[in-house]
Design a protein around this ligand. Structure first.
Ligand SMILES: Cc1ncc(COP(=O)(O)O)c(C=O)c1O
Length: 419
């Protein structure tokens, strides 16, 4: 595109897009593509939802940068009040920043201040961001850390219960992973020096795997027994993506700190954390902040997004379209031995591929993605440590016909790329 652009961004397509509308993106030369990437699970209400665009335009005409340390714009409190209504019980107060990685950093800083303990337990194959601390918390792929080590210390990974790849049922996976977590607390970081356990309730970049109910409940129990804080990273799974407002709502388990980004503002850069009031109260005034956090245009975009998600039935649509999607994909599974697993709640759906030896088949996933892109104008991305999972994360406003169209493209690509 330009010799003056850094080469560091990995590219899924070489498209030059100039317009987006709902589930469609359009290139400068008028080509249209069905976007099942949602800009990596971000455009929850679709590209340029009219209500979100109107809210952004109206706010931009009033105030662009009302910096939180200098003065307060009432729209920030309005967003906090609204989030209080829609986040899981026990999440009382909110802090805003600009990205998922910043939300992770904020959550860890708060947990350390609130507990006066140093260490953090994370899940294997987690993704929490690309800053120095969040890289240390991210073990989904070596590419995110290679060449950047050494990383900050005090981070201890524990196995995430991955029933499919362990070849066991969910109950066994939960039991095994809880045993491992207890082992980490005995062998590597004692409870009284562990500030928090951070987990994505539905593993995102690591493979679109929902934690079993017994595991989430077990982690909560361990936290209650030890004073360790439960931090739920809902950067990817939040705001309707799983067919409920937050993935934690499926479990009925209360996190102590909740991380939010991506779908919160339909693509306007906004992120945040919520926490119990007594935890927030332990964050010393002035010890954290940021120049741009709580930007009023971002807050306006988030308020409009939440309105659309709830009042226009978009969260309910995500649940319904997810069921349609999984059922159509499972019908394809019987004819394709390489399509080993179809899983995931709402519109956070994984199709996992293995080769003739049962090993991860990234080559086939790449071929399918390429075929859908070049032949059918449908855009997908992969995920998983081995890149052998094609992930389905369309905008949550996706229609029945758009799901059908994407599945048809996928089905043709399966046939064109036999294992
Ligand atoms: C679960 C999760 N946490 C954190 C992040 C980091 O967010 P960002 O890329 O906005 O820094 C991501 C990004 O993909 C994510 O999926």
């Amino acid at each position: 595109m330009s010799a003056h652009l850094s080469n560091v961004w990995y590219q899924v397509t070489d498209l030059a897009v100039v317009e987006g509308n709902g589930c469609t993106v359009r290139t400068a030369d008028g080509q249209e593509y069905l976007d099942f990437t949602s800009g990596i699970a971000v455009t929850s209400t679709g590209h340029c939802h009219p209500k979100v665009v109107a809210a952004i335009q109206a706010q931009a005409a009033k105030f662009v940068h009302s910096q939180m340390n200098c003065y307060r714009n009432p729209i920030v409190a309005q967003l906090a009040d609204q989030l209080y209504e829609v986040t899981p019980d026990g999440i009382d107060q909110f802090f805003f920043c600009n990205s998922g990685a910043e939300a992770t950093e904020a959550a860890v800083k708060l947990a350390r201040q609130a507990t006066k303990r140093p260490n953090i337990i994370v899940m294997d194959a987690a993704f929490h961001g690309r800053t120095m601390l969040t890289m240390a918390m991210t073990t989904s792929k070596t590419v995110y850390r290679a060449g950047f080590q050494p990383l900050p210390s005090g981070i201890f990974p524990t196995p995430f219960p991955t029933a499919f790849s362990w070849g066991v049922d969910e109950a066994t996976a939960a039991q095994r992973a809880l045993k491992q977590l207890k082992h980490v607390l005995k062998s590597q970081t004692a409870p009284d020096e562990t500030a928090a356990i951070v987990m994505e309730p539905v593993l995102g970049e690591g493979g679109y795997i929902a934690a079993p109910q017994a595991y989430v409940e077990g982690v909560r129990d361990i936290c209650d027994e030890t004073g360790i804080l439960f931090i739920a990273d809902e950067v990817q799974s939040g705001f309707g993506r799983t067919g409920k407002m937050f993935a934690m709502d499926h479990y009925g388990v209360r996190p102590d700190i909740l991380m939010m980004a991506k779908g919160i503002a339909s693509g306007f850069p906004l992120a945040g954390i919520g926490a119990r009031a007594d935890i927030m109260a332990k964050w010393p005034v002035g010890s954290h902040g940021g120049t741009y956090g709580a930007n009023p245009i971002g807050c306006a975009a988030a308020l409009a997004t939440i309105d659309v998600l709830i009042n226009d039935g978009v969260v309910a649509n995500a649940a319904l379209r997810g069921e349609q999607l999984r059922s159509e994909l499972r019908a394809l599974q019987s004819n394709d031995i390489g399509l080993a697993d179809v899983r995931g709640p709402g519109l956070m759906v994984a199709t996992e591929f293995v080769d003739a030896h049962g090993e991860p088949d990234a080559a086939r996933v790449n071929a399918i993605i390429e075929r859908c892109y070049r032949t059918h104008n449908v855009l997908f991305m992969n995920c998983g440590t081995y890149g052998n999972i094609l992930r389905w994360m369309p905008p949550l406003v996706v229609s029945e016909a758009e799901i059908d169209r994407a599945v048809l493209a996928f089905a043709e690509a399966l046939g064109a790329t036999p294992r």
